[in-house]
Design a protein around this ligand. Structure first.
Ligand SMILES: C[S@@+](CC[C@H](N)C(=O)[O-])C[C@H]1O[C@@H](n2cnc3c(N)ncnc32)[C@H](O)[C@@H]1O
Length: 327
């Protein structure tokens, strides 16, 4: 059994099988970053690792090329991405809410409200929900508030899952100030969206993931696990930054993202590189249509391939809500 995360008597249930498997997968990535407390230093080391990868592959043609994925605009070995992402969120956790409000002028709150109210949790009686990459608990709290305020439902539950213990601690702190603290309505789990073996098949009515999936190494693996743990008829719902259709808005948004957000990261959080990564990762995420197809490939039914069908654009596509139903 993995050691309990909870150094403050927190109700975190730690992952058993999945953390072991993940830790095996991450061993090489972790080695890369163990001595590094800040993502910026980790990124610097990553550059030299990439150089050495290149040197190794040119000196030995028999060596198999490592599988690679994007980490923002960089291409990194697949097994290094998770630890790099962890470093980013370790670094931003304590300033995450402040930075979210500053960089989006608070708009992320409206998007999250729209996201949760579109799901109408509690409408058909108490529901079992899971919020993956749920870190700060923003979505989980909205789900429970919505069910209680609209339907006087105090039995809907949310399991919050995140790969990063620091982000979970921020969420726990937030929940501590609410009526849901120490109730069966909420539980925190450290775990990987790609490997949810601690959660049984056909368990949940609603699966949410907000601004999390683009940080995962394998989107198909996340979708596969979401499909497995949802009950037949259950809903997959993803809120994520997406593609802006209008060229003028797209140019303005690009300029804002690439100049203002990393600058705010430097000024408010003392961490330019993490915010640079967050902006870059948005551009690497598949556009609406492509992501909708990935959701269907995982076995979900979606609406038509258009805004208002398989997805709903928010603010011209700056963010987008995708949904799928497990048949
Ligand atoms: C941008 S934050 C979003 C947090 C929250 N959902 C929100 O909307 O405010 C992304 C979260 O994804 C988590 N994350 C990244 N990769 C993950 C993975 N493979 N499995 C689970 N969580 C992951 C990070 O630790 C971080 O807490």
């Amino acid at each position: 059994m993995a050691p309990d995360l909870d150094d403050q008597n927190l109700a975190f249930r730690t992952v058993t099988r999945s953390s072991l498997t993940t830790s095996t997968m991450l061993r090489s990535g972790s080695r890369l970053c163990t001595q590094i407390s800040r993502s910026s230093r980790c990124l610097a080391r990553l550059n030299s690792t990439q150089a050495s990868h290149a040197a190794n592959s040119s000196s030995s043609s028999s060596t198999q090329e490592p599988r690679t994925v994007s980490f923002g605009f960089r291409t990194v070995p697949e097994d290094a991405k998770e630890s790099l992402v962890k470093e980013v969120f370790n670094s931003v956790a304590s300033k995450y809410d402040l930075m979210n409000d500053a960089t989006s002028f608070g708009v992320h709150r409206l998007w999250k409200d729209t996201f949760v109210s579109s799901l109408r949790p509690g409408r058909r009686g108490p529901q079992k929900c899971i919020d993956v990459a749920g870190g700060t608990g923003d979505i989980a709290l909205r789900i429970l508030d919505y069910a209680r305020e609209k339907y006087a439902d105090r039995e809907t539950t949310v399991d919050i899952v995140d790969i990063n213990a620091e982000m979970l601690k921020e969420g726990y702190r937030r929940f501590k100030k609410t009526m849901y603290h120490n109730t069966p309505q909420v539980a925190f789990h450290e775990g990987n969206a790609q490997l949810m073996s601690q959660f049984p098949d056909n368990t949940y009515d609603i699966y949410t993931i907000a601004f999390g999936i683009r940080n995962c190494t394998s989107i198909p693996d996340v979708l596969k696990e979401a499909h497995r743990i949802l009950k037949p008829g259950g809903t997959f719902a993803c809120l994520e930054f997406s593609r802006v259709g209008n060229p003028l808005l797209s140019t303005l948004y690009d300029q804002y993202s690439f100049s203002v957000i990393p600058l705010m990261g430097t000024v408010l959080a003392g961490d330019r590189d993490s915010y640079q990564y967050l902006v870059e990762s948005i551009r690497k995420f598949p556009p609406q249509q492509e992501f909708a197809q990935m959701i269907r490939d995982a076995g979900f039914a979606t609406g038509k391939d258009e805004d208002g069908g398989a997805w709903t654009d928010l603010w011209g596509g700056i963010a987008s809500i995708h949904k799928g139903v497990k048949l």
